[in-house]
Design a protein around this ligand. Structure first.
Ligand code: NAD
Ligand code: LMR
Length: 308
């Protein structure tokens, strides 16, 4: 199993590190445009192999896509991150060109690749890859919901004073400060609805904190987060590489599911060797349907800024 990670920055390196530590891939290639940067990150990571006990071979490449040839999965993290006070949508001007060029280069050398899009604004970048590459829809996956759901579980665990491993919950909708839809009604602590443990007001606070999870960290760090994003991407890569058939909320092209059409947005999907093997349509209540519809309108507005 060969995995390419484009972008050797904060998220790309974190993602490569988690993939290696989980030890399921034979090879990870990291590619960046900055001279020797990916090679340096790869060497530094390889020097953790004996310490962390993995056999994955990690190599770096300065913009040489021949080294990525035959990749089964490619992760696109190249592009600029936001700074405090910015929205993800403001990154579209620079990142759209980068994502378009990178996805085209990847496919030239790996025609059967499954692409995971991370660069922001992620739902729109995922849609751009659909519009410009012609890859089948099951092989284009946007990562946002897996991260947002992890942040939701973190906030729930805080509110419940329980370990995150005891908590389950999912965030659907667009990966934006206003568009996320944390499904509080369906969140559980060891199968018990969380509403049995905390007030509606506290649960609403959990949802609001979840939605601004990325912005909160960007304010604290001066740039956006990387550990949880890297871990979330590695979870998707592992689900595909190991044909796990796990459900994650991912950004995928909808054609009527959830009453939505011609956009990529986060909904639950089954991930396995064929990428997105199924879109799971769960029954939403009226309030959730309205929030998802509003979120979709926001994503479509950003998609409208693309020069296709
Ligand atoms: N979807 C998500 O959940 C999520 C989470 C975190 C970050 N992000 C996004 O991921 C992106 C990367 O964030 P980061 O913190 O790693 O940024 P970063 O600046 O640390 O790294 C980005 C890297 O991309 C490289 N790059 C730029 N243009 C390139 C090109 N054409 N080809 C190859 N490499 C190129 C840069 O040289 C840099 O090393 C940002 O757009 C950020 O908003 C998304
Ligand atoms: O917040 C950001 O801009 C980066 C990423 O989308 C995140 O949620 O951490």
């Amino acid at each position: 199993m060969k995995v390419t990670v484009v972008g050797a920055g904060a998220v790309g390196a974190s993602c490569a590190e988690y993939i290696a530590i989980k030890n399921f891939a034979s090879e990870v290639v990291i590619l960046d445009i900055k001279e020797n940067f990916a090679e340096g990150k790869a060497m530094d990571l390889m020097q953790t192999a004996s310490l962390n006990g993995f056999d994955t071979k990690i190599t770096g490449s300065t913009n040489d896509y021949t080294k990525t040839a035959g990749s089964d999965i490619a992760v696109i993290t190249s592009g600029i991150p936001r700074k405090p006070g910015m929205t993800r949508e403001e990154l579209i001007g620079i990142n759209a060109g980068i994502v378009k060029e990178v996805s085209s280069n990847l496919i030239k050398h790996s025609p059967d690749v499954t692409i995971i899009v991370v660069s922001n604004p992620m739902d729109t970048m995922t849609y751009l890859v659909h519009k410009t590459t012609g890859l089948p829809k099951n092989r284009i996956i946007g990562m946002g919901g897996a991260l947002d759901s992890a942040r939701f579980k973190y906030r729930l665990s805080e509110a419940l004073e329980a370990p995150a491993s005891d908590v389950d919950g999912m965030v659907i909708g667009g990966h934006s400060d206003t568009g996320m839809v944390p499904l509080t009604r369906l969140a559980t602590r060891n199968s018990v609805p969380v509403s049995e443990f905390i007030s509606e007001e506290r649960l609403n606070q959990v949802a609001e904190d979840t939605k601004v999870g990325g912005a909160t960290l960007t304010k604290m760090l001066g740039t956006s987060a990387w550990y949880a994003p890297g871990a979330a991407v590695s979870g998707l890569v592992q689900a595909i590489a190991c044909d796990q058939k796990k459900i994650f909320p991912c950004s995928t092209l909808l054609s009527g599911e959830y009453g939505l059409d011609d956009l990529c947005i986060g909904v639950p999907v089954v991930l396995g060797k064929d990428g997105i093997e199924k879109i799971v349509e769960i029954e939403l209540n009226d309030a959730e349907k309205t929030k998802l519809k509003e979120s979709a309108e926001g994503v479509k507005k950003t998609n409208g800024l693309l020069e296709l």
